[in-house]
Write a protein that binds this ligand. Structure first.
Ligand code: ADP
Ligand code: MG
Length: 720
């Protein structure tokens, strides 16, 4: 009888390729055709109504009920004309994915399609099915979703999706979006104040974000044969293919055909949804790919990233493929991240991280650059916590991934400029001097936007006109880390402004006051800057000397969320209160525990139900063989040796799995959730995962390929 694995391998041979069909040859003909954006609103709404809505979008003002009625009517007819049958509030609860509850437009009583303003503005999802970290039980409040007009309404799967925030009736955030929006407001306030030193016309600053998304793709039938992938998102067992990442390009160039069709297909669907995707087909590891849309305003970019992931998942199914968003689906190969390209852009169209030929603009640029570096230095632990997850723990610090140590890379040009600025601190600037000239910042050369001045090993790098936060995990909702980044930079910008004002009040000339405070900041945050190889052991040692944190495990990294410093920071900027922070801490710990529990169970089950029986079966065959040889009076030492080796691994597996189960039982009795999560990390994951895996992976090499139940790495990675 063929194994599931063999069935899957046969199925793969007979797969048909699906040709993606675009609505038109030109993308511009259908880009955003499923989005009810500003243009569509303007066309559909009376001018006064449109004015109210567009102001609400721009300024975050409230939309009154009668305006909402008008929008609802307009959006309904637009949606029906596009074939939508249902509508839903689309939101991002703290579970990590998106949630929806579909209602139909059709009203059977009147035999008509209906959509009320109230249904557009507010809904009450079944809040009990989403985590609240104790908020709802303490406050006995229900949760509701509220329309967020700053992210456009769209149609997905014949359903009108209304982007919303999700909060409790007492106002606590129960989702990712609420704090993100609040943090954008915080950084807007702080950044505008700094811009005012240089340009009085700046009234608004918006963070923008471009997310490079890494992922793996494997055949769907093969995926289904791996309970670990299905249950935990990653392979808990599997021996590395012979040549792993070093395989020649041509080897997998041709088999990627089906993946290409899949990419084309999800590009088309993304464009319809107004997601400005520009796919690249670069593979870093076999089976690994990347997609990067053009950057957008941070709120929209966040929604688009989540929508894109969902879309990719659906489209892949059509092509008989499975997308893996896990940070480390395959041991020994590259992990997957989500590079968050982040910058700040003014309503006058200036990117505040763009160095220029104008000296005055460069001083402004330096304010933002230095403030960001200082923020990362001051709040490195918070940034680390913002990217902490069970999945990312396998990636950070493993091969080809940034370490768990947070540092900032600037490149040689900017490093030189900052060093110079710090060093020439005693340069006296007299009245009438050209200060910029004296400080050597008349002109900051445009950083060459190619690979020459890049450091791919840095978790947080300046890349020409933006910062790139690379340590974010591939399955994460970027709102978490982006909220943290916005808040910490806002905080330092606020201080910067205060300190500059103080110097000015004391009689210093404005420019000189700015330079002096910047010098101080550069000095204070020097330790966070690192230009070398972030993957190296020397850096771990050096970072340790510098006193930088190196928190490798999520539950430990999450401690920062409930530290006093964090609570004060988030409170100062009205982003999250202490209750909300504690709730998030708890939810993320719960999530961590659940993930490690699942992996541990999958490991145990696979070992006991699949691996050990297979190994014993093979062992019996070997014993027969040895006996046969012996009967014939032939040398059977080799057979005996293999039998011994197989037995050794079986014994070790059995012993370790039962010890691991005992450890789980013991830890499950622990009441304190943080303590429990930490024990799961040290006494389950660290204590057993590698040991158990080692035995299984050895057995994979020993046991006859024909018996082996789990689809192998080389099959998953190279067959498509
Ligand atoms: P890499 O070289 O790191 O592979 P790319 O340069 O191709 O990446 O693109 C990185 C991402 O950065 C893209 O999504 C791009 O739109 C985005 N990006 C470019 N400029 C900015 C900016 N000013 N702010 C935010 N994101 C930006
Ligand atoms: Mg990048």
């Amino acid at each position: 009888m063929a194994t599931l694995r063999q069935h899957a391998l046969m199925k793969l041979q007979s797969r048909e390729r699906i040709e993606p069909v675009a609505p038109s040859l030109k993308v511009s003909d259908y880009f955003g055709s499923l989005v009810f954006g500003l243009k569509e609103m303007q066309e559909a709404l009376a001018p006064t109504v449109f004015k109210t809505v567009s102001t609400a979008i721009e300024k975050g003002t409230k939309i009154d009920m009668s305006t909402a009625e008008e929008v609802a009517t307009a959006v309904k007819s637009w949606a029906l004309s596009k074939g939508a049958t249902h509508y839903t509030h689309w939101f991002q609860p703290l579970t990590g994915s998106t949630a929806e509850k579909h209602d139909t437009f059709f009203d059977a009583l009147s035999n008509m399609e209906k959509f009320k303003g109230s249904a557009l503005v507010q809904q009450e999802p079944d809040a009990s099915s989403f985590p609240s970290g104790g908020i709802r039980t303490t406050f006995e409040a229900r949760g509701y979703t509220a329309w967020d007009p700053s992210s456009p309404i769209f149609i997905y799967d014949q359903t009108l999706c209304i982007p919303t925030i999700f909060v409790s009736y007492t106002g606590e955030a129960l989702d990712f979006k609420t704090p993100l929006i609040r943090s954008s407001e915080a950084i807007n306030n702080a950044a505008v104040d700094i811009c005012q030193f240089f340009d009085r016309n700046v009234k608004k600053v918006t963070p923008s974000l471009g997310v490079e998304q890494e992922y793996f793709v494997i055949d769907r039938a093969l995926y289904a044969t791996r309970p670990d992938l299905v249950m935990a998102g990653r392979t808990v067992y599997g021996h590395n293919p012979a040549r792993g990442q070093q395989l020649d390009d041509h080897y997998f160039g041709s088999i990627a055909q089906r993946v290409k069709q899949f990419m084309k297909d999800f590009e088309i669907e993304s464009w319809k949804l107004g997601i400005p995707v520009s796919t690249r087909h670069n593979e870093v590891a076999p089976g690994q790919y990347e997609v990067a849309p053009l950057f957008e305003e941070i709120n929209k970019a966040t929604d688009h990233n989540l929508l894109l992931m969902d879309l990719m998942d659906k489209v892949a199914e059509k092509h008989g493929l499975k997308v893996l968003f896990h940070e480390k689906p395959f041991a020994g190969l590259n992990g997957s991240g989500k590079h968050n390209n982040w910058s700040l852009i003014t309503d006058t169209g200036v990117n505040l991280f763009q160095p220029s030929n104008s000296a005055r603009e460069n001083l402004q640029f330096l304010c933002f650059l230095v403030a960001t570096i200082k923020a990362v230095h001051e709040y490195a632990d918070l940034l680390r916590a913002s990217i902490a997850s069970a999945g990312n723990d396998f990636r950070l610090g493993a091969n080809e991934a940034p370490p768990a140590i947070i540092s900032v890379f600037l490149g040689s040009t900017l490093t030189g400029i900052l060093d110079e600025l710090e060093k020439n601190g005693n340069v006296k600037i007299e009245k009438g001097d050209n200060m910029y000239m004296k400080l050597g910042i008349t002109k900051i050369p445009e950083i060459i936007l190619d690979n020459t001045d890049r450091n791919r090993t840095s978790p947080f790098a300046f890349t020409g006109n933006k910062f790139e936060f690379r340590a974010v995990g591939s399955s994460a909702n970027v709102a978490g880390p982006m909220t943290a980044l916005n808040v910490i930079v806002a905080d330092i910008l606020k201080n910067l402004k205060k300190e500059i004002d103080k110097e000015i009040d004391a009689g210093k000339e404005k420019k000189i006051a700015i330079v002096d405070v910047l010098r101080k900041y550069i000095k204070e945050s020097r330790d966070i800057r690192f230009e070398g190889d972030g993957y190296s052991e020397e850096w771990e040692k050096e970072a340790h000397k510098r006193g930088l944190s190196n928190l490798k495990s999520t539950p430990f990294a999450l401690d920062t969320l409930v530290a006093k410093k964090t609570a004060e920071l988030y409170k100062r900027h009205n982003v999250l209160n202490e209750t909300e922070l504690h709730a998030r801490h708890e939810i993320r710990l719960e999530n961590y525990i659940m993930r490690v529990q699942i992996e541990s169970r999958v490991m145990g089950d696979l070992a006991l139900n699949h691996i050990i029986p297979t190994a014993i079966q093979y062992q019996n065959k070997l014993i027969k063989n040895a006996n046969g040889l012996k009967g014939l009076g032939l040398d059977h030492r080799a057979a005996i040796e293999t039998i011994e080796e197989v037995s050794k691994h079986i014994e070790s597996l059995k012993a370790n799995v039962s010890e691991m189960i005992e450890a789980r039982k013991r830890i499950n009795k622990v009441e304190d959730i943080s303590e429990k999560a930490k024990l799961y990390s040290t006494d389950v994951k660290d204590a057993f995962f590698e040991k158990i895996r080692y035995a299984v992976d050895k057995l994979e090499l020993l046991v006859d390929d024909e018996f082996w139940p789990l689809t192998k790495y080389r099959e998953m990675l190279f067959l498509k």
